[in-house]
Design a protein around this ligand. Structure first.
Ligand code: 5GP
Ligand code: ZN
Length: 114
């Protein structure tokens, strides 16, 4: 874990979050500033700074994230559709340097993003 990372602290239960899914590899919790009726952050527990930093031997974690998203979409009744977003780096709008996937749903989402 990275000492100064808020998402690592959520993994370690050092700061509170509403946790909605957990496996050995993956944690999901509701976003503190939700942009849709359902706004969940899905993260590998390992501290990976961003999408571009995923090492070859960590790629399996993307499968774990995918399984989490499918289960959460079912759990939160998103049969009408949803969006998965990964913001990578400054131009991507990433503000927390621990890779995370936004799962957004519960309303019709606009496109394109800003
Ligand atoms: P990014 O802009 O990096 O793609 O997304 C970071 C997200 O993390 C934002 O949607 C923000 O609301 C959320 N966030 C930031 N700090 C916390 C926190 O301490 N707890 C939770 N649950 N979400 C957070
Ligand atoms: Zn971290």
């Amino acid at each position: 874990m990275a000492r100064d990372c808020i998402f690592c602290k959520i993994v370690e239960r050092e700061i509170p979050a509403e946790i909605v899914y957990e496996t050995e590899d993956v944690l999901a919790f509701t976003d503190a500033n939700p942009q849709a009726p359902v706004h969940i952050l899905v993260i590998p527990k390992a501290h990976i700074p961003d999408f571009n930093s995923i090492e070859q031997e960590q790629l399996y974690l993307l499968s774990s994230v995918g399984a989490a998203i499918q289960e959460l979409a079912n759990k939160f009744s998103l049969a009408d559709g949803y969006r998965v977003v990964n913001n990578c780096g400054e131009n991507g709008g990433q503000t927390v340097a621990h890779i995370h996937f936004h799962l957004l749903g519960g309303r019709k989402l606009g496109w394109p993003p800003g």
